[in-house]
Design a protein around this ligand. Structure first.
Ligand code: 1PX
Length: 215
C-alpha cells in the first residue's frame, strides 16, 4: 500500500530480470525485457538529475513498448520473435526512413538492444575493475565501443559529459546496493552471461530479418 516505505532496491534484482526474459525455447519475453529497462532507469535516476535527458528517452521508448503490449494486438508482442513476425507480416515497420510507422516495436526495441550492448560492456569492465579504476572512464569506453556510433555528435557530447558526473567506483558499488565489492563482483559474474545471451539472441533475430539498421 502507499504507506509502506519504498524498499531500498538492489541492482541485483534488476539484472536478474534479464534472466527471466529467456523462455525454454530461447525466445525473449517482451514484458521482462521492458521491466529490466524500467529497473535500470530507476537505478540511473538515483544517480542524479544530470542523467535525466537519457532517462527521458528511455522512458519514452519503454512507454512505446508498453502501448504496443497493451494494444488490441498485444498478444503479438509477447516475445520479440512474435513481435518481429507480426510487424513484418503486416508491414508495420518503416524499413527505409521513418514514415508511417515511426514508433514500430522493432525500431524502438532496436534502440534498447543497442544500449544493452553498452550495458554488457560496462558491466564487464566493472566486474574486472580494480580499486583505482574510474567509473566514468569505464562507462565512456563502453559507450564509445558500442552505442556512440549510432548517436549524433551532440548526443555523444552530452552523454560523455554526463558520464563524468558518475560517482567513483566505491560510491557507485554502494548505490548498486548489492553488498561488499566481492558480492558485487559475484553478482556480475552471475548476471552478465544472461545479458549476453539476451543480446546475442536478439542480435541474431534482427540480423536474420535484416533489421539491424532500422531508421
Ligand atoms: C550498473 C550499471 C547500470 C546502469 C544502468 C543505466 C541504465 C541506462 C538506461 C539508458 C537507456 C538509454 C536509451 C537510449 C536509446 C537511444 O540510443 N536513443 C537515441 C536514439 O533514439 P531515436 O528514437 O532518436 O532513434 C536518442 O537519440 C537518445 C538520446 C538520449 C541520450 C542517450 C545516451 C545513452 C547513454 C546510455 C548509457 C547510460 C549511462 C548511465 C550511467 C550509469
Amino acid at each position: 500500500s502507499d504507506s509502506v516505505p519504498e524498499e531500498k532496491f538492489s541492482l541485483k534484482e534488476v539484472l536478474i530480470t534479464f534472466q527471466s526474459c529467456l523462455t525454454d525455447n530461447q525466445e525473449i519475453l517482451t514484458d521482462s525485457y521492458v521491466n529490466g529497462w524500467r529497473g535500470l532507469v530507476r537505478f540511473m535516476n538515483s544517480l542524479g538529475s544530470i542523467f535525466s535527458f537519457i532517462s527521458k528517452d528511455a522512458v519514452n521508448k519503454i512507454q512505446i513498448m508498453v502501448t504496443h503490449q497493451n494494444g488490441e494486438n498485444g498478444d503479438k508482442y509477447e516475445t520479440l520473435q512474435s513481435m518481429v513476425k507480426y510487424e513484418l507480416d503486416n508491414n508495420l515497420v518503416d524499413l527505409q526512413r521513418r514514415a508511417e510507422h515511426p514508433e514500430s516495436g522493432c525500431r524502438t526495441l532496436l534502440r534498447l538492444h543497442r544500449t544493452l550492448r553498452w550495458l554488457e560492456l560496462f558491466l564487464e569492465k566493472l566486474r574486472t575493475s580494480t580499486e583505482d579504476s574510474k567509473t566514468s572512464v569505464m562507462c565512456t569506453d563502453a559507450y564509445n565501443d558500442s552505442l556512440a556510433q549510432y548517436h549524433a555528435w551532440i548526443i555523444r557530447k552530452a552523454a560523455t559529459m554526463a558520464f563524468c558526473a558518475l560517482p567513483g567506483r566505491a560510491a557507485f558499488f554502494q548505490t548498486m546496493n548489492v553488498g561488499s565489492t566481492e558480492q558485487v563482483v559475484a553478482m556480475l559474474v552471475e548476471a552478465i552471461p544472461f545479458i549476453s545471451k539476451v543480446y546475442e539472441i536478439t542480435e541474431e533475430l534482427y540480423k536474420q530479418h535484416n533489421l539491424l539498421e532500422l531508421p
